[in-house]
Write a protein that binds this ligand. Sequence first.
Ligand code: GLN
Length: 556
Amino acid sequence: MKTRYIFVTGGVVSSLGKGIFTASLAAVLESRRIKITIIKLDPYINVNSGTMSPMQHGEVFVTEDGAETDLDLGHYERFIRTKMTKNNNFTTGLIYSEVIKKERSGEYLGQTVQVIPHITDEIKRKILKGGIGYDLVLVEIGGTVGDIESLPFLEAIRQLSIDIGRQHTMFLHLTLVPYLDSTGEIKTKPTQHSIKSLLSIGIQPDVLVCRSKKTIPMREKLKITLICNIPKKAIISLKDVDSIYRIPILLHLQKLDDYICKRFVMDYPSADLSEWKKLLQNQSKRIGYVTVGMVGKYVNLPDSYKSVIEALKHGGFKNRVEVIIKMINSEKIEYSKDLNILKKLDAILIPGGFGERGIEGKILTVRYARENKVPYLGICLGMQVAFIEYARNVAKMHGANSEEFSSSCRYPVIISISERRSSVKDHSDDIQGARSYYRRLKYMRIGGQRCRLIKNSKVHSIYKKSIIFERHRHRYEVNNFFLERIEKAGLYISGLSEDKTSVEVIEDPHHPWFIACQFHPEFTSNPRDGHPLFSSFIQAAKNFKKDGNIRRSKIT
Ligand code: GLN
């Protein structure tokens, strides 16, 4: 069957939740057993998201094949079963760099290289490549219609709809339909303008999805129908909802999947959203809540930790509790040394991160969790700080640190991956050998890798298997040179890389739930299956809360 394409654009304002909408629509279509994937096009100049601060653009999502991508790919994997790859996200920066590379190697045979056709051709080539082997591809165009930087992408999809055939492509436009409290009116004018600007570049939307506070009344739908050439049943109302996981059901109720299948003449079974319905039912039967403190430095933009936040919520679904997440700034703890804020928590999580800012606050937090038996989950940097804390306070290695934060510390217990690899052989008897003695290659370990869990460990009993496959994104890791000393002090190394050279999981056997991992389990959690580590962590929070009153009275 010929691959069908749906192009999703956004209008009026950004941050309408285009990624979540696209993922939700894909979930409904997937439930009709359509083989589906999603591609995200990002109009920024960065070649990928790897160099972007999470404060600007939210978290960097890592795919199994090791691509650093936009956070929307995280939404896609949480809503559909198809795994995202490096072919599912590309930026203007990547397109230009590839075109310039070709130009430098003379591939254009003397032609004048231009936005049209060379840049647009490269965009089209990448979209088609990403769609190979699928029945249906949703292509989400980042940004808002009217932005200068989106233009080459919009031109490319316009051309592509002619190349592939209009009957095999659809344009879907998502807009904001504001509700004016003062007059009690719904306003369609911004949507009309947005569609006009799409029309001016040759794109007539087939479906309009209206984000609004309330359901769009029929009168307004008719108005849009008249002015924008869109049939009434192709105007979908997407009102605010209590849970993003309700959106697939909302779209199906308005028969959007039927409309698409009919338009594409695709004969597939009707949608089966039972898994999503069950999820929402469980959510409504919640018994109480737990409070998890997330101690990091990007606290003002929760999108910086999007996958961790969602994974915690999934852990809540499995345990039938609401997870209230308290974002805590580690710098505040560092400067004030005031740990009172941690006393109300039922569990503590330190997520991944880069750079020195707030590190000592994180180390103080780990110590508090360890000594007061508060459930602790450390992820990537959260494992590295847990290791440093144990080295300093239990193994009595004063001045232990990571070379990422101090190049001249006494005990570099966390070192750059390339250094360790070169130091193992030649400097095993020399502390300095674990230092930045060799050229820093700044090797980044990225993507899905196998990890071996030690039998009888807590983490093994949680995953219930010996080999797991989790994603990584780090440049530093545990320095094996000091491992024996720290293990002797009591820390349990419960997971190793497959080649047994890198520490992957640590746990404190004297603590009811203290686990930290070098990988990022949040990238493989989804609402339907949850993730064993997060489910167990939330269960531990529940237990801690239950007997917390007794414990809390003893907390120092
Ligand atoms: N900054 C640390 C490293 O590079 C941790 C990275 C992370 O948490 N993703 O190893």
